[in-house]
Write a new protein. Structure first.
Length: 212
């Protein structure tokens, strides 16, 4: 677990999932990583227009006033789950969610520049996502947003599913990372099971609700 503002840790950190809570949630296959896997700043990104490029980079590069993060990985390292809880100045969380919603609505794809490589990111249409993100969004907080992205070349794509939940000026980011494999294969079934259980556990703790 890490924090970008030590003063926030005693408060915000209590809203993060802990390793001790995993067994009761049926997530025995997961362990907490020594440090979060996604503490780095995002690379530069380019959308279809300069305006959308600005929104894209502002949304993914947003820095909260206070933030704590943790990550979990399953036994064979095929699934990584990143969780972050943040607090923003009044009104900023709603503005950030509006930016993220605009990104997912208006940007079907974009590119990330990593060194000399250009990596394509494609947003999965919610209607084609077996995770039924639009139904998940209805369950949580003042507002929620969930989308799946595929990053990289066909056959080597990473699958990244992110749930954002806003509660007042605080926000939860829950991200699932894996390879995009056979949607009918056992890996997909394990991912769906782990995702479902984390979706029951993490947002409930963030919102102060009993687990589903």
């Amino acid at each position: 677990m890490s924090t970008r503002d030590d003063a926030s840790q005693p408060d915000l950190a209590q809203l993060l999932v802990t390793a001790a809570e995993l067994p009761a949630a049926g997530l025995d296959d997961f362990t907490e990583l020594a440090s979060p896997s996604s503490d780095e700043d995002p690379p530069p990104m380019t959308a279809q227009t300069p305006e959308l490029t600005a929104v894209l980079n502002r949304a993914f590069g947003d820095k909260a006033a206070r933030e704590v993060r943790t990550s979990f990985m399953n036994a064979d390292s095929s699934i990584v789950v990143d969780e972050g809880v943040s607090e923003r100045v009044p009104g900023a969380a709603a503005a950030w969610m509006a930016d993220m919603r605009r990104v997912y609505t208006e940007c079907a794809s974009w590119t990330m520049s990593i060194g000399d490589d250009e990596i394509t990111v494609q947003v999965v249409d919610p209607a084609d996502d077996p995770g039924e993100p639009l139904k998940v969004e209805q369950r949580f907080g003042d507002e929620a947003l969930m989308r799946t992205m595929l990053a990289g070349s066909p056959g080597q794509q990473a699958r990244i599913t992110t749930l954002l939940v806003r509660h007042g000026d605080r926000a939860l980011e829950l991200t699932f990372r894996s390879l995009a494999g056979d949607p009918e294969g056992p890996e997909a079934a394990r991912l769906a099971d782990g995702t479902s259980k984390f979706l029951d556990l993490a947002p409930a703790k963030f919102l102060g609700l009993p687990p589903r």
